[in-house]
Design a protein around this ligand. Sequence first.
Ligand code: GLA
Length: 389
Amino acid sequence: MKGKIINIFKNVFNCEPQLVAFSPGRINLMGEHLDYNGGSVLPCSISLGIYGAISLSSSNKINLYSSNVKEGILKYDIDRPLELQKNKKWSDYIAGIIWILKKEKFISLEKGFNMVIFGDLPNSSGLSSSAALETLAIFLINELYHLKLSKIDLAILAKKCENDFIGVKCGIMDQFSVVFGKSNKAIYLNSQNINDFRYVSLENNDYSFLIVNSNLKRNLASSKYNQRYQECQEILKIINEKNGSDYLYICNFPLENKNYYLSQIDSELLKNRFKHIIEENERTKNSAYYLENNDFLSFGEIMYESHESLKKFYEVSCAELDEIVEIAYRNDAIGARMTGAGFGGCVIILAKISNIKKLKEKIKELFFKKFNFYPSMYIVNIADGTHLL
Ligand code: GLA
């Protein structure tokens, strides 16, 4: 792949790139929609991802090229405000990184750069293609301009780019897992304090994850993601007001008062959102424990519970994702659940390696029968986070 990206770069810009890197996608094993609620999450980075090559240019332009789309070179002028040059394309994620680096005074940028990307990570599929791209860009720029930013800085700034330039109120999970991912390990991360994380081994000889992409694309900024964020802010306000408390996150409310808090929320919809968050946080804690004790069967059971809760209480699933989980359940998968933001995207299935072939056949057949189009399926490795090649 390194050779391939170098060749693309040479063809487009007629010179050698100075640096080449890879940034992975991620799956989240448990803890959905918890990172903006102060809960714990359990993501891991995967071998599907985005490759990038970069070099300094002598002009005042940032020239960006993706071999995944036929759009030619997209240009941004470093002397004009980047927020006025948004084009609603993939390249905005890279422009957003420059925007945040300039805003926080990490870079002054007197000269531009040339960058090429290509990847095998499907976009808008819940596998964090946006975080992979943001992180790839900030990682390469950090190296190219010798900014000396730490890995934590990279994750935080990439998140700020997503929040403030792209406009999605996401938490830190995606950017963090893409930067900190480790081969064969999940990351148990406390989203309130990102220095508080530990690696959880996924090493085993019997089970594997199968990713099933419903091929329903969703756009986070215009989807209901920000609406869920607002609903959670409302819950926080109601409970804080009724109890004279000032917790910053829903996951801070003491668990033993769960039923009492529920009785204080009038809206059925908000009660359901609250239930999901509180119970999902417990599931994440238990998942890390089960995986650390090599108890994949118990972990699989709570994968199904989590999906049910995302479907019924948090309402971020859809018919296609539910059908994939249902087929997995009926065909002896150990566990299955949607992963990422939802509203389309992917399901992850945990299954005995010996059962994967049958599962793939069944999903293909039954999904097509119901929806008249095919999902895509990937068996991936749990891979290292963003790194130079
Ligand atoms: C998206 C966001 C994350 C997280 C997940 C849901 O991937 O970027 O911050 O909220 O959705 O768990």
